[in-house]
Design a protein around this ligand. Structure first.
Ligand code: FAD
Ligand code: DHB
Length: 387
């Protein structure tokens, strides 16, 4: 079989790319290892920056996000036992929207299927030839070949497409942090109307949410931590300790999901090799502290859809030639922001008291200087897309 764009991975990047291409009259096939129920239930990101919200709306897939997403005009930095609010609306005129990644994924799948899109779940043994061929086994186990004008590697950090680029052609920059995040989803009303990023001597903690009934919480833990060692009681006790502040009561409820995720920064370049283009986590990941991963994936495919439309519909190779370099400038800005937020808010096992005082000095400056707060705010709500 033949298609214009063979897309590997039905995460936010692959699904949105397929939809944006469809709007431009370019056809695609999406291949996904997991089944539909699995990708629609996978709990991950929750913060949409303003450019992401605008793009989803313009692309006609923002209806449920607008009805159910929670617009937030700021966040709190909690340290020294008190809250210091960063007022995004006042500082930048923009805001974020709290809306689960799996809801974005559900909306995109529903829309692709309604538009007659070709999404193939439950495939296996996917292999990619960067000259334009994908082979795989379909859900029934039959071997298939897909010939493509272009292949989009949207298969996340653990996917196979990045490895299809010869090692000599790929440069990798990475940094691993000496901690992980233990994330929980709890059936409890949020204890505060906004996100709280907490610096505490026992480690970072984050209060977030998904809806008026569901809280999302994270704890910094050692990188090798096993989730089996964290009973629900232990999790709540640690959250109470780290999130303690005057006038704040953390609401508890049944824990619906819990997992541990390691933290690293990673960039692979170039993002194109022959007919293969990488997008999203397949090419780069950030530590979650800046809430940038899914937003970067979406920024990539916005650019990729324009580049592939020019290439395949108008025979103009220029935007596709510039694709990787143009994405990487936003990626490196987000890398810096995510590293900076991570460095300011976590406790580092090798830090001495001098370094801890530096962190607190940076937190106090960010909370009290309009210039410093604006820098955090404009990065967090999302810098405008470059043209
Ligand atoms: P993915 O979502 O990883 O999708 C890749 C898809 O490819 C998957 O469905 C996978 O099953 C499939 N796949 C893999 N291998 C193959 C193969 N060989 N063949 C076919 N299919 C394959 N980001 C934010 O912006 N804001 C946040 O608040 C935020 N919080 C986070 C919190 C946590 C705990 C975690 C883990 C991540 C968070 N992120 C956040 C990051 C965000 O979830 C990712 O950046 C985002 O999922 C990237 O989207 P993607 O489409 O590139 O990759
Ligand atoms: C969430 C995740 C993040 O990484 C973050 O920085 C803020 C919120 C969340 O899942 O709600």
């Amino acid at each position: 079989m033949r298609t214009q764009v063979g897309i590997i991975g039905a995460g936010p990047a692959g699904l949105l790319l397929s939809h944006l291409l469809h709007l431009e009259g370019v056809d695609s096939v999406v291949l996904e290892l997991r089944d539909r129920a699995y990708v629609e239930a996978r709990v991950r990101a929750g913060v949409l920056e303003q450019p992401t919200v605008d793009l989803l709306r313009e692309a006609g897939v923002g209806e449920r996000m607008d009805a159910q997403g929670l617009p937030h005009d700021g966040i709190s930095l909690r340290f020294d036992g008190a809250d210091h609010r960063i007022d995004f609306a006042a500082l930048t005129g923009r805001r974020i929207t709290v809306y689960g990644q799996q809801e974005v994924v559900k909306d995109l799948i529903a829309r692709r299927l309604a538009d007659g899109g070709d999404l193939r779940f439950g495939v296996s043994d996917v292999a990619v030839d960067p000259r334009g061929t994908i082979t795989y086994a379909d859900a029934a186990g039959a071997r298939r070949t897909l010939d493509c004008d272009v292949i989009a590697g949207c298969d996340g950090f653990h996917g196979i497409t990045r490895d299809a680029i010869p090692a000599g052609a790929l440069a990798v920059h990475q940094h691993t942090y000496p901690f992980a995040w233990l994330g929980v989803l709890a059936e409890a009303p949020p204890s505060h109307h906004e996100l709280i990023y907490t610096y505490h001597p026992r480690g970072f903690a984050l209060h977030s949410m998904r809806s008026p009934r569901i809280t999302r919480l994270y704890l910094q833990v050692p990188p090798e931590e096993r989730i089996e060692d964290w009973s629900d009681r232990r999790i709540w006790d640690e959250l109470h300790t780290r999130l303690a502040a005057d006038g704040f009561t953390l609401a508890e409820g049944p824990i619906l999901e819990k997992s541990v995720t390691g933290m690293r920064s990673f960039v692979a370049a170039p993002m194109r090799h022959e007919r293969l283009f990488l997008a999203g986590d397949a090419a780069h990941i950030v530590p979650p502290t800046g809430a940038k991963g899914m937003n970067l994936a979406i920024a990539d495919v916005r650019r990729l859809s324009v580049a592939l439309t020019a290439l395949l519909r108008n025979k103009d190779p220029e935007p596709a030639r510039r694709y990787g370099a143009e994405c990487l400038s936003r990626v490196w800005r987000a890398q810096h922001f995510s590293w900076w937020m991570t460095s300011m808010l976590h406790t580092f096992p090798d830090h001495d008291p001098f370094q801890r005082e530096l962190q607190l000095a940076q937190l106090r400056y960010t909370a009290t200087s309009q210039a410093a707060a604006t820098s955090l705010a404009e990065n967090y709500v999302g810098l405008p897309y470059a043209r």
